[in-house]
Design a protein around this ligand. Sequence first.
Ligand code: ZN
Length: 94
Amino acid sequence: MTWPALSESDILAPGHCCRCEAWVLDAVPVAVVEAGSGPGGLVSACEAHARELAAYPLAPDWLREDLAVLDRLRTEGDGRDRGNGDQPVIGGLG
Ligand SMILES: [Zn+2]
């Protein structure tokens, strides 16, 4: 199975953090509320709280996967930015 390329904005979106009880810019869906009748809903948390919630044994697997994707995107970005051995040499006694 091939997944489309994800970016951070596919996972992080402005939303309400269920722990901070505040509107945050980096909300991650952390739970799906299934209602018996009528529409269900999504529960979101800021990224810091999403990571806390993901540590619970009952956290959904997809939450850990979403956070792992975020980590991977950031790690890959850092790898590109920092280069391999072509960093400028700082210092010199000039
Ligand atoms: Zn929060």
